[in-house]
Design a protein around this ligand. Structure first.
Ligand code: FAD
Length: 478
């Protein structure tokens, strides 16, 4: 270990690890400090319930990771990452026993929406099919960071993406297409009448057709372990079980890169009120189940889907999101569920299953949503409760306790709504830089925002490299 490091990274989430890898790849001497006993942050896998049941406490399904330009450029498969694609990316069941689906095929998806909306769905997606690579590069970044690679498609996608999902859904006439779109937009944890919620829905739909919504074999931890293994191969080191409280506790380095919330960064690096205008958003209530069998869905499609959305209509979904954002108790929460062990038997003892569910609740909410969540599940999978062997429950305080980045249980590390969708953590030409010339932020509080894709880490590493190059201190070659 050199006496002076080139970069210290605080936090070993997907963005911290990506920043560390990209700096180490440029010849920097890098050390990562992580508060938790293991690397991964929001991409972890643990036996939360019973022996042999391998649960993902946070992320489970990874359209943005398989579609990430940063991960694409790394040999993560050589470090053990294997993607499994479920038969269907997503099923969205309705009370009459039918379901809309998001399949790899646009045709199959369109047909599931019914004859009135099949054509409208095809027309919505058609301009972007086959262009994931350029769209991902142009949108998974700060919008004003240089010219887009494909200006025509960037502008065209931007015009659709900036719309609220409620406006985009006027292109459809039936409940199925509108429900599907509202469910996709709800990944923003914001009501569907907010700007750019249409873009979230469009991005997730396009990802399903272009790259799929895969699950890593062995669980989300496999992504983090692959990043950590690649980092070590490049000479980087990782110290776990060390919560960083002050900048001067860290070894001397040319740059410090924080995979933390802006509030924690300001506290640790002494940046005062630099981020006091930054808003945190609504939270989630997460349940990880150990089940004695697969979920007994009434409809056939959810039985072969990696992800199942429980809404069902755009109206119900919007009501659930408004309640969470407005600070009201959940009544019939919109649920995002994942069934990893359907495609990866290594996740549970033979014949048994793990099941991953979350619904939205207000920030810092202290209640117990187990009953309302299970009532929703029973509507679409009667007999579900009879299969429950054990459950691990985490409301906002539990989610925040698992990871300091999830302030009051906000899993997006800052509301992904309104202007904060693109201007995060605050308006700046380089949002990864801070008032301290050696201190940088790389967490999902920076563009392009939440999700396991490593793109915030990728752009932050670029900012570090540029700063050190400009000051005549580029990384040493080891
Ligand atoms: C319930 C839930 C479900 C989700 N589902 C999905 C999904 O299916 N797909 C998807 O793509 N995304 C999902 N996400 C979001 C995703 O997990 C995050 O957006 C992503 O992990 C953010 O990565 P990050 O590196 O910015 O931060 P994090 O992953 O949060 O990592 C930050 C790391 O920094 C560490 N840290 C913080 N402060 C300190 C300190 N002071 N000292 C040392 N270490 C510190 C933390 O312990 C943590 O390990 C989900 C999140 C949750 C909570």
């Amino acid at each position: 270990m050199p006496s002076m490091l080139d970069a210290v990274v605080v936090g070993a989430g997907p963005n911290g690890l990506t920043a560390a890898v990209e700096l180490a790849r440029r010849g920097f001497a890098v050390q990562v400090f992580e508060a938790a006993p293991a690397v991964g942050g929001g991409a972890r896998t643990e036996e939360l319930t019973l022996p042999g049941f391998r649960h993902d406490p946070c992320s489970a399904v990874h359209p943005l990771a398989i579609g990430s330009p940063a991960f694409d450029a790394m040999p993560l498969d050589r470090h053990g990452l294997e993607w499994i694609q479920p038969d269907l990316a997503l099923a969205h069941p309705f009370p009459d026993g039918t379901a809309a689906v998001l399949a790899a095929s646009v045709g199959e998806t369109a047909m599931s929406l019914g004859p009135r909306d099949a054509g409208a769905y095809r027309r919505l997606l058609a301009p972007y099919l086959g262009h994931w690579d350029s769209l991902a590069r142009d949108f998974l970044r700060t919008p004003w960071d240089g010219l887009p690679r494909d200006p025509y498609r960037w502008a065209r996608f931007g015009l659709d993406a900036i719309q609220p999902a409620t406006l985009l859904s006027r292109r459809f006439r039936g409940e199925k297409a509108r429900g599907l779109l509202a469910g996709l937009a709800a990944h923003a944890i914001a009501p569907a009448d907010g700007i750019a919620t249409g873009g979230i829905a469009l991005l997730f739909a396009l990802a399903a057709h272009e790259r799929g919504w895969p699950i890593p074999r062995g669980g989300s931890q496999a992504i983090s372990d692959a990043l950590a293994s690649y980092l070590r191969e490049l000479g980087g080191t990782i110290t776990t079980g060390t919560e960083v409280k002050r900048l001067d506790e860290l070894p001397p380095a040319r740059a410090y890169v924080f995979d933390t919330s802006p509030a924690a960064l300001a506290r640790i690096a002494g940046l005062g009120r630099a981020y006091q205008g930054y808003r945190y958003g609504a939270s989630c209530f997460k349940i990880d189940y150990a089940l004695s069998g697969p979920v007994p869905w009434t409809a056939e499609e959810p039985r072969r889907a990696g992800t199942v959305h429980i809404g069902p209509t755009a109206g119900e979904i919007d009501d659930a999101l408004h309640r969470a954002v407005d600070g009201r108790d959940p009544r019939a929460p919109f649920l995002i569920t994942a069934q990893s062990s359907l495609v990866d038997p290594s996740r549970a003892p033979e014949g048994k299953h793990v099941f991953w569910v979350y619904g939205h609740v207000p920030a810092g909410w202290q209640g117990d949503a187990t009953e309302v969540i299970e009532r929703q599940l029973e509507r679409f999978a009667p007999g579900f409760r009879d299969l429950v062997l054990a459950r691990a429950v985490a409301g906002p305080p539990g989610i925040a306790q698992r990871n300091a980045n999830y302030v009051d249980g906000d899993i997006a590390c800052g509301a992904f709504a309104g202007l904060q969708t693109v201007i995060r953590p605050k308006l700046a030409r380089v949002p990864y830089a801070t008032a301290h010339p050696a201190v940088f932020l790389c967490s999902s509080a920076t563009p392009p925002g939440p999700g396991v894709h490593g793109m915030s880490g990728h752009h932050a590493a670029k900012a570090v490299w540029r700063r050190l190059r400009a000051s005549g201190e580029p990384g040493r070659r080891r």
